[in-house]
Design a protein around this ligand. Structure first.
Ligand SMILES: CC(C)(COP(=O)(O)OP(=O)(O)OC[C@H]1O[C@@H](n2cnc3c(N)ncnc32)[C@H](O)[C@@H]1OP(=O)(O)O)[C@@H](O)C(=O)NCCC(=O)NCCS
Length: 182
C-alpha cells in the first residue's frame, strides 16, 4: 500500500472573501504545529487517552513513520496548520492489513466550521485506492462533535467499551464506529 504525495484541495473558490485553505500531505516540518494542536487535548481533555504532552521530535517521528504507509493530511490556512487527520493500521496481525484506525484533530479555535468533515472526507477518499476495506474510529465518550462527524460520513456505531480508560481521576468509555469502503 503505497501512496503519492500531493495537495488535494483549496477552498478559495468556495468563499472568495476568505483566504484560501490548502489540504495537503503532512511532513515532519509540521510537527510543531501538529503537536501544539494535539497537546491542547492531551493536557486539558479526555478526547485522547494520552496523558503526557508529545514532544515535537516524537511527533515528527510519528508523522514520518506513519505517513510512509497511510495518509497524514493537514489543513493549512494563512500559513498556519489548523488541523490534521491520518490513518494507521488497526492491528499488526497480517490478516488485519485492510483495516485502519483514523484520527482527526483541529486547533481548538478551528472547530465547528466544517474543516473536520473536509479533512476526514479526503482521508477516506485517499484510503480507498490503497486497498483499505474497513475504517474504524475510536471515540472516547462523550464527544458529540466526533460522533456527529463520524455518523455524517456514514460510520455506524459498533459498540462501547465501558471504563477502559482512567484520566483526570475518571473512568472513561470508548465507542467504536466503523465504515466499510466500497
Ligand atoms: C471532532 C472534530 C474533528 C469535528 O470537526 P469539526 O470541524 O468541528 O466538525 P464539522 O464542523 O465538520 O461538523 C461535523 C458534524 O459535527 C457536528 N458538530 C460540530 N461541533 C459539534 C459540537 N460541539 N457538538 C455537537 N455536534 C457538533 C456538526 O453539526 C456536524 O454534524 P451534522 O452534519 O450532523 O450537522 C473537531 O471538533 C475536533 O477537532 N474536536 C476536538 C478533537 C477531537 O475530539 N477529535 C476526535 C477524537 S475521536
Amino acid at each position: 500500500m503505497s501512496r503519492s504525495s500531493r495537495a488535494t484541495e483549496t477552498a478559495a473558490a468556495e468563499s472568495p472573501a476568505r483566504s484560501a485553505g490548502l489540504l495537503r500531505d503532512c511532513t515532519a516540518g509540521d510537527a510543531a504545529a501538529v503537536s501544539a494542536i494535539y497537546n491542547h487535548y492531551v493536557e486539558r481533555t479526555t478526547v485522547t487517552f494520552e496523558e503526557d504532552a508529545v514532544p515535537v521530535e516524537e511527533m515528527a517521528r510519528r508523522i514520518v513513520d506513519g505517513s510512509g504507509r497511510f495518509p497524514w493530511l493537514v489543513w493549512e490556512q494563512d500559513g498556519a496548520v489548523l488541523g490534521y487527520a491520518y490513518a494507521a493500521p488497526w492491528k499488526s496481525r497480517s490478516a488485519y492489513r485492510h483495516s485502519v484506525e483514523t484520527t482527526v484533530y483541529l486547533r481548538a479555535d478551528a472547530t465547528g466550521k466544517g474543516l473536520g468533515t473536509r479533512l476526514y472526507r479526503t482521508l477516506l477518499e485517499r484510503l480507498r485506492p490503497l486497498g483499505v476495506h474497513c475504517v474504524i474510529g475510536a471515540i472516547a465518550l462523550p464527544n458529540p462533535a466526533s460522533v456527529a462527524l463520524h455518523e455524517r460520513l456514514g460510520f455506524v456505531k459498533i459498540g462501547r467499551f465501558q471504563e477502559v480508560g482512567l484520566k483526570f481521576g475518571r473512568w472513561l468509555d470508548v465507542g467504536y464506529w466503523e465504515i466499510r469502503l466500497p
